[in-house]
Ligand binder design. Sequence first.
Ligand code: NAP
Length: 298
Amino acid sequence: MRAVVQYGTGGPEVLKVEERPEPQRNAGEVLIRTEAIAVPFYETQLRSGLIPAGPPAIFGHEAAGVVVEADDASLRGRRVVTMSYTGGAYAEVVAASQYTLVPDDLTPEVAVAAAVSAAVALGLMTAAKVVENETVLVEAASGAIGSYLVRLAERAGARVVTTAGKGRADIDHRDPDWRQNVPDGIDVVFESIGGPRAAELTAKLAPHGRILAYGMLSGEFPVFPVAGLIARGLTLIGFGGPDAYGKRVAAGRAEALGLVADGTLTPVIDRTYPLADVAAAHARVESREGTGKVVLVP
Ligand SMILES: NC(=O)c1ccc[n+]([C@@H]2O[C@H](COP(=O)([O-])OP(=O)(O)OC[C@H]3O[C@@H](n4cnc5c(N)ncnc54)[C@H](OP(=O)(O)O)[C@@H]3O)[C@@H](O)[C@H]2O)c1
């Protein structure tokens, strides 16, 4: 089968398409012939070395496809999505120990664009306990998780303020003076950009407000002044790692796909690329020119 292997860290060129043996399925696992593979933002940081990567191995984490082998014969031919914490998804065939059935009317591209990102948004909303009439700030709202957070927070009855690149949100987060445009009295911030700028948000939060820290789009973890958190009675909630990403997100995938199937959430696909053009797909994500998910089609 064809698969994408990472050789060292660096630009998109460290990802090479090669022939590899198909994976062997262990008992309890399913073998999936992939139809669509997501290229989430964090994978560009894994590839570049910003997030430490292991030795050369098949790259990628999120795939949708059709089950070709399973212990339960009734699963054969069913479309599923899977997420592997340890890689292996940029390939024509994937062995998966956990998977979620895709509703019949969803394409593999749509399923893979939503399954993990929308499940992360659902997990964040549960952790944040957003209630009606609260004011919620969603950073990087033009991104996959950000866009789902906006919709879910609106559905919860919150007032939503968004940041993203110019013209894509209420506040242009590329403007050095962006903070001046953030209103006071924010109850919940979904913080995904990180770095020292995160600290500037504490003054904008209502007393007893909550900060959900879940990303580092800027390349740095967020820095918060503890004195500011104490003085304003703020709550900092972290969301990530194997517990959140591996367990709570896996548990939320079926609900996420259901919300897409019933029209509550609308995934946006930016572009699709053949597996052979994986480097172009990574360059596209890093360019920040598109809106929506970049998807590889094997
Ligand atoms: N904690 C978890 O469990 C978990 C799980 C998955 C992902 N994540 C994290 O969640 C974050 C969002 O992921 P995603 O998949 O939704 O990303 P995405 O769809 O690629 O989102 C792109 C968004 O990020 C913004 N952005 C890109 N680079 C930026 C930078 N240097 N500074 C500020 N904004 C930047 C873009 O803003 P413009 O409009 O300006 O281009 C756009 O709004 C990532 O940090 C990711 O690692 C966390």
